[in-house]
Design a protein around this ligand. Structure first.
Ligand code: NI
Length: 182
């Protein structure tokens, strides 16, 4: 296992549309190793989600792990470490809510992004088994953020008001987190 370097905004791989993972590939040793590295990288960098393109692998795979508490987003509904292969998001309710999003590929920045809060995700696991799950609230936001990476989209592309793109230091200093429940 190894901590991989997380690419930062400006690296071309972050802007590419990643390719799907095949059944044979999903169950292969290289993918198992990649997932191990991604888990170690996620823990080392201290995030809640990581998409393969962020470690320079342009394939449709992402991992998400929402700790029960103590994340930089405060107390949230936890989610154990889960691997998502070839995920497809379907919006079930178009009404949106906003959160201050961060991204390991845009270190030190936060931006206010509004996204649909009720989605279905169809995806494959590491055995290429099919799953279909619904997610709401902040979890819906996390999934859309991670899966956007598979299409070369970053959270700044989803912002409608760039005056709400800020540095984390100022975010804390000026109490912007108080607007989380807006
Ligand atoms: Ni991100």
């Amino acid at each position: 296992m190894a901590v991989r370097k997380v690419l930062r905004m400006g690296h071309p791989t972050l802007r590419r549309v990643a390719r799907p993972v095949s059944n044979k590939e999903a169950t292969s040793e290289p993918i198992a190793r990649l997932v191990e590295d991604m888990v170690e990288t996620l823990h080392d960098y201290g995030g809640i989600g990581l998409a393969a393109p962020q470690v320079n692998e342009s394939i449709r795979l992402a991992i998400i792990e929402i700790p029960s508490m103590g994340s930089r987003y405060g107390d949230l509904e936890p989610m154990p470490l889960t691997v998502f292969i070839n995920p497809v998001v379907t919006v079930l309710d178009a009404s949106t809510s906003g959160y201050w999003e961060g991204c390991l590929s845009l270190p030190g920045l936060r931006g206010w992004v509004e996204r649909p809060q009720h989605i279905r995700v169809d995806y494959k696991d590491l055995n290429f088994g099919s799953h279909s799950r619904e997610f709401g609230g902040f979890q819906a936001t996390v999934f859309q953020h991670e899966f956007d990476h598979l299409d070369g989209t970053l959270f700044v592309d989803r912002m409608t008001d760039t005056s709400r793109l800020v540095f984390e230091e100022e975010y804390v200093k000026y109490g912007l987190s108080d607007t989380l429940d807006e």
